[in-house]
Design a protein around this ligand. Structure first.
Ligand SMILES: C[S@@+](CC[C@H](N)C(=O)[O-])C[C@H]1O[C@@H](n2cnc3c(N)ncnc32)[C@H](O)[C@@H]1O
Length: 281
């Protein structure tokens, strides 16, 4: 039973973190001429109306994209991300928030491709409509985990798998471990980016230790914590596991994570973490 709807969370601090990294990953892929493919396994609806009742319910975007929207003193990387959001809001009012599929699509060159899988029927229908007639985008109504074997490796042999599940299921971390193994076995050079929430600290750390033990090389962990991890229950922060991250992304993130914390912070005790869990070969 799928009940998660991303419209309630669109543009929040977790989206900002995730999409800033997504822009950097695709920018890096664009540095070489050869075409690449992006597979977004948990794609969502593709674009969200921030005036809609779900988005207005908790107005989560106020603690996220809204904090950056009118800033002129952003680093070039954060300005690049905000420009992607601006492309969905030509009249300068923050009304629509582009999800990962829209952001990825905006950064494709004519020979690059985007493959999207989404399981929720209504989200899939919205996604399908969003990209109707777009020959560079393939939209599947499918389980993103189950589809991996059929979709990978992509013809281009270069690219990225973004996994951004809703963590509704108790065994989501286990599913992700299995998925990372499948992806890496089929496509050892592909970039893998897995977003995760930091609610209770222990499960995400346990998961990282298991990933480490799998001895997949080049495993980078980036985290943004906005609330103390020992504070009251809730979303304390989030992170991204990056496998085969582009060259020098660690240096870029070393600058961007503290900058993101400065813009998005809600108290004195925020924190960032950037750590190679296994070294690059
Ligand atoms: C966090 S949202 C995705 C947000 C999107 N990646 C973005 O950044 O704009 C997670 C999505 O995964 C979908 N979903 C849940 N389980 C899935 C599965 N097994 N396969 C594909 N999609 C799934 C949910 O319906 C939801 O739309």
């Amino acid at each position: 039973m799928l009940s998660y709807r991303h419209a309630f969370h669109a543009g929040n601090c977790a989206d900002v973190f995730k999409h800033v990294l997504l822009v950097q990953l695709i920018r890096a892929l664009r540095r070489k001429d050869n075409p690449f493919c992006v597979l977004d396994t948990h794609a969502g609806a593709g674009r969200y109306d921030l005036d809609s009742p779900p988005a207005r319910k908790n107005r989560e975007f106020v603690g996220g994209i809204d904090r950056l929207w009118h800033r002129t003193e952003l680093s070039p990387e954060l300005a690049d991300y905000v420009a992607q959001v601006r492309a969905s809001n030509p009249d300068d009012r923050l009304r629509h928030y582009p999800g990962s599929p829209r952001i990825a699509r905006a950064l494709l060159r004519p020979r690059d491709r985007l493959i999207l899988t989404e399981l929720h029927p209504a989200e899939h229908a919205a996604l399908k409509a969003e990209f109707a007639g777009d020959r560079q985008v393939l939209v599947h109504h499918a389980d993103g985990y189950a589809a991996l074997k059929a979709l990978l490796p992509p013809l281009e042999r270069r690219g990225l798998v973004l996994m951004d599940p809703a963590y509704e299921l108790k065994d989501e971390f286990d599913r992700l471990l299995a998925a990372v193994q499948v992806i890496h076995r089929r496509w050892a050079t592909g970039i893998i980016a897995v977003w995760y929430p930091i609610l209770d600290r222990a499960p995400s750390l346990r998961w990282q230790r298991t990933l480490q033990a799998m001895e997949i090389p080049a495993l980078l962990c980036a985290e943004l914590g906005l609330y103390p991890y020992d504070g009251p229950p809730g979303l304390h922060g989030c992170g991204m596991i990056l496998i085969n991250p582009p060259w020098k992304l660690d240096e870029t993130l070393g600058r961007l994570l503290p900058e993101l914390l400065r813009w998005l912070r809600v108290g004195e005790r925020g924190q960032t973490r950037l750590e190679w869990l296994t070294p690059a070969p």
